[in-house]
Design a protein around this ligand. Structure first.
Ligand code: EPZ
Length: 438
């Protein structure tokens, strides 16, 4: 398993460029299954989850061409296989996003039920209940979800109220409803910018989606969707992670190709904590750290509130802030795995169920630590950047799932970070191999 070796104490300074949003690219790629035409997606991040999604689409019978590293051309005129197998789904839960498009266009789908993961049980009961309301028959057979559209072969529009806000649940049902007969209304829908981005692609394909980005989304079904071209939004979580990197090293970073409007709650909270953040223009932020960070409480909630995907990184920052901060994680039931690793580095953190209390400022010292999930690994990189001595982070394959070449970007602004390859992990296929894979 690859490891990161980090020598802490370097002040970061310079410019970094943000990649496309993984959590928008994944559903947008799945939307390629909704049409016999071709969708062309630009600004696709070069991360492991995208490669898994590409593999899933190809296993289903779609073709995925990459004329350039960050452009994917997806065509699914024919689909022979309607199954997303356990082997793939267990490596990436977002594989369940194939369910809606397959069911809507072909009237059938079989997707392995994703088990739990490090951060929680993460059921998909709300997705399945929604498909049943669209008229599908949904059964669980030997660990698989087997879904069939009504005899007509077409789903039926319905009014669906989500018991809980769910991001991929909203995306799955929104995609399925685009080809249903009649109109679907999704209530208590998730409002993340990634949902708005997906809706924008679907509407370019000829769908009739209104209200995406608000809690009420209306989708008027159409008979068929066509080809389209779309550019994926910047990754707001990667952007926020780099703001914290500037803050925790008391550095100064110009963060380019980002979308400041998508991270209002994060910027507000970090400013409260003493981080200076300036919007230089619509796609560039300047983040400047401070020697005197202030402890501030935070509660994670669905967008537009403070994102759970920034909770771990925020905890790392709070170890360096003056005072006591309370962190409440309301979205996932088990998302403090990073805390015990930060405690190994000297962090004064107390966990009580879904609440954490951090005392600061604390002088962290480098140590061997282990990543447990994508955002936890990002928080350990941030802690390593400020810790004295060397931090060695194991299982960095987690970070490769959602951050494009983070060690290269960090090194370009002064961090002392190195990836040490261990033979067992196959490195990401090189861009040339990917391009020649067509
Ligand atoms: C999406 O996951 C993101 N993943 C996650 O990002 C993110 O943490 C999460 O939304 C919350 O913002 C992608 O977009 C690919 P949910 P998702 O359904 O859709 C419960 C990252 O780091 N729930 O909004 O799986 C669920 O257990 C990843 O990039 C049900 O109970 O999350 C959770 O407690 C990690 N039943 C809550 O709702 C359901 O059917 C929110 O989950 C669905 C969800």
């Amino acid at each position: 398993m690859d490891k990161f070796h980090i020598i802490g104490g370097q002040r970061l300074e310079g410019c970094v460029s943000i990649s496309g949003a993984k959590n928008s690219a994944l559903p947008c790629m799945a939307a390629g299954l909704l049409t016999p035409g071709t969708i062309t997606l630009h600004n696709i991040p070069y991360v492991r989850d995208i490669i898994t999604q590409r593999r899933l689409l190809e296993d289903l019978g779609a073709t995925v061409l990459t004329p350039e590293l960050r452009t994917h051309k997806i065509s699914a005129p024919q689909i022979e296989v309607f199954e997303a197998p356990y082997e793939l789904v267990k490596t990436m839960r977002a594989s369940v996003l194939a369910l809606g498009p397959l069911l809507a266009r072909f009237g059938k789908a079989k997707v392995s039920l994703p088990g739990g993961c490090a951060i929680g049980t993460r059921p998909i009961d709300l997705h399945l209940a929604g498909f049943e309301q669209l008229g599908a028959e949904v059964k669980l057979e030997s660990g698989n979800v087997v879904a069939r559209a009504p005899e007509t072969g077409r789903l039926r529009g319905a009014s669906i109220e989500f018991e809980k806000v769910t991001v991929t649940g909203t995306e799955n049902l929104m995609m399925a409803a685009t080809l249903a007969s009649g109109t679907t209304v999704l209530k208590n829908a998730a409002c993340e910018p990634e949902i708005d981005d997906l809706a924008s692609l679907l509407n370019k394909m000829g769908a009739r989606v209104r209200g995406a980005g608000t809690p009420i989304i209306e989708i008027e079904g159409v008979k068929e969707l066509g080809s389209a071209e779309h550019t994926i939004i910047p990754d707001r979580i990667e952007t926020s992670t780099f703001i914290v990197a500037a803050a925790i090293t008391n550095g100064e970073l110009e963060i380019r190709d980002c979308q400041p409007a998508h991270l209002t709650s994060v910027v507000e909270k970090l400013r409260e904590a003493g981080v200076e953040i300036f919007e230089l223009n619509q796609s560039t932020l300047l983040a400047r750290g401070s020697a005197k960070l202030r402890a501030r409480d935070v509660t994670t909630e669905p967008y537009p509130r403070f994102p759970t995907d920034m909770q771990a990184q925020y905890m790392a920052l709070m170890t360096q802030a003056e005072g006591r901060s309370a962190i409440a994680e309301t979205v996932f039931e088990n998302r403090f795995m990073h805390a015990s690793e930060m405690q190994r580095m000297g962090g004064r953190i107390h966990i009580d169920g879904r609440n954490a209390v951090v005392e600061g400022p604390t002088r962290l010292t480098g140590a061997p630590v282990q990543a447990s999930d994508l955002r936890a690994s990002a928080s350990l990189v941030l802690a390593g950047l400020v810790a004295e001595g060397e931090t060695v982070i194991d299982r960095v394959y987690h970070i490769d799932r959602g951050y494009e070449k983070i060690e290269t970007k960090l090194r370009s602004v002064g961090a002392q970070i190195e990836r040490v390859r261990q033979s067992v992990t196959a490195p990401l296929p090189s861009p040339q191999i990917l391009a020649n894979a067509d």
